[in-house]
Write a protein that binds this ligand. Structure first.
Ligand SMILES: *[C@@H]1O[C@H](CO)[C@@H](O)[C@H](O)[C@H]1NC(C)=O
Ligand SMILES: *[C@@H]1O[C@H](CO)[C@@H](O)[C@H](O)[C@H]1NC(C)=O
Ligand SMILES: *[C@@H]1O[C@H](CO)[C@@H](O)[C@H](O)[C@H]1NC(C)=O
Ligand SMILES: *[C@@H]1O[C@H](CO)[C@@H](O)[C@H](O)[C@H]1NC(C)=O
Ligand SMILES: *[C@@H]1O[C@H](CO)[C@@H](O)[C@H](O)[C@H]1NC(C)=O
Length: 325
């Protein structure tokens, strides 16, 4: 039995990297095959990724992270959880969570943030990949400062011809009276000393219009910021097939990676490591259910950034960075 499991896992690993390399974030083969036994897959993905980080080629993962010309950026380092994929119940209509926001002094060429991804891999080819990506990041090259900014990204074709970040194209419709616009700095100075600012993000698919809404709240109940119209999408117009959430950092080749999250590893514990709390999956009718089970995880290099299992809708993630590829 042990041997059979190992062989199955080896096949999964090949699929996993091959899928990432050639088709963006098409994780279907891995997840379909091993849905029965997530606990094995966790260890496996974690262990082998650690030994073999170079096998990840991000020219297509860039679609998942920035929506920018990937040739100017090196491969991102991820520490993510992913929902299950491919089962009869694996249709998704949104995600809700609260996450801490941190300040780091980064230089142009470095990028650090945390986000949620809601996506549909279409018919399997990269140019049918539909995705919405919402979170915070520090990105000096883009903003000319080293503060955390709220940001959004979308595409309906794996960033071949559509999609962009923030308000760079007219596809994100701002809500009247929204408290923040995509791209704005997060006003962390409003938070009392000694407290980590938290943002609550909610990305539900509106039951009536089919639009994908974005809600944001800084230490408060989230309110509508705007929406991605249903008509901007192909596959996501109907539903998402998978969701992911966690941290991502990037550094131009040869520079070490910046800190992820607070800069502490999950083992450093609550209060030091960054967290996602109150994780909830939103249903088709707009109701939500807490995520009470652990999910698949993906970590690029456990030495620099990591992610802990989900307990009661909460997990810790992050790390000091300082990785060089
Ligand atoms: C699932 O994992 C358990 C515990 O490691 C193991 O005993 C079992 O054989 C695994 N099942 C499959 C189908 O791999
Ligand atoms: C990544 O893969 C693409 C397509 O297979 C290839 O053209 C590119 O050279 C690769 N980049 C790196 C850094 O290996
Ligand atoms: C904002 O208000 C205008 C005028 O009342 C309305 O037409 C528009 O639909 C509103 N926009 C949103 C996103 O609710
Ligand atoms: C943000 O969340 C953390 C962890 O739940 C908590 O310790 C902290 O006090 C919160 N910050 C604020 C400003 O409420
Ligand atoms: C689980 O999380 C909920 C909501 O955050 C909280 O009220 C409850 O006390 C937690 N339960 C445990 C066992 O930690």
């Amino acid at each position: 039995m042990f041997k059979v499991t190992l062989i199955l896992q080896a096949i999964a690993l090949c699929f996993f990297f091959h899928a990432l390399r050639t088709r963006g974030v098409q994780l279907r083969p891995t997840i379909q095959k091993f849905k029965e036994n997530y606990s094995d897959l966790h260890d496996f993905v974690h262990g082998s990724t650690k030994q073999n980080p170079k096998s990840l080629n991000s020219s297509s993962i860039a679609a998942m992270t920035f929506g920018q010309d990937p040739s100017t950026w090196d491969k991102p380092f991820f520490a993510l959880h992913l929902t299950s994929y491919g089962g009869p119940n694996d249709n998704y209509y949104g995600l809700h969570t609260t996450m801490g926001v941190y300040n780091h002094k980064l230089t142009p060429g470095q990028w650090s943030g945390a986000a949620i991804w809601v996506y549909h891999d279409g018919d399997g080819v990269e140019s049918s990949f539909n995705s919405i990506h919402v979170g915070w990041h520090i990105h000096p090259e883009r903003y000319g400062d080293s503060h955390p900014h709220f940001y959004t990204v979308w595409t309906r074709d794996g960033h071949v011809t559509t999609g962009c970040i923030n308000m760079d194209c007219a596809d994100f419709v701002r809500a009247n009276g929204s408290v923040i616009a995509p791209g704005d700095a997060i006003q962390v100075s409003d938070v009392p000393d000694g407290h980590i600012p938290n943002i609550t993000l909610r990305v539900p698919k509106d039951q009536t219009s089919g639009d994908w809404w974005v809600y944001y709240g800084l230490n408060s109940v989230p309110t509508g910021v705007g929406y991605f119209p249903r008509s901007s999408f192909t596959y996501l117009a109907d539903k998402a097939k998978q969701m992911a959430f966690g941290g991502a950092v990037v550094s131009i080749r040869a520079d070490p990676t910046p800190p992820m999250g607070s800069g502490f590893l999950p083992n450093d514990g609550l209060g030091r490591a960054a967290s996602f709390t109150d994780l909830r999956i939103i249903d088709r009718d707009g109701s939500s259910k807490p995520i009470l089970v652990d999910l698949l995880k993906f970590v690029t290099d456990e030495k620099c950034h990591s992610i802990a299992p989900i307990h009661n809708g909460t997990f810790l993630y992050g790390g000091p960075g300082n990785c060089v590829r």
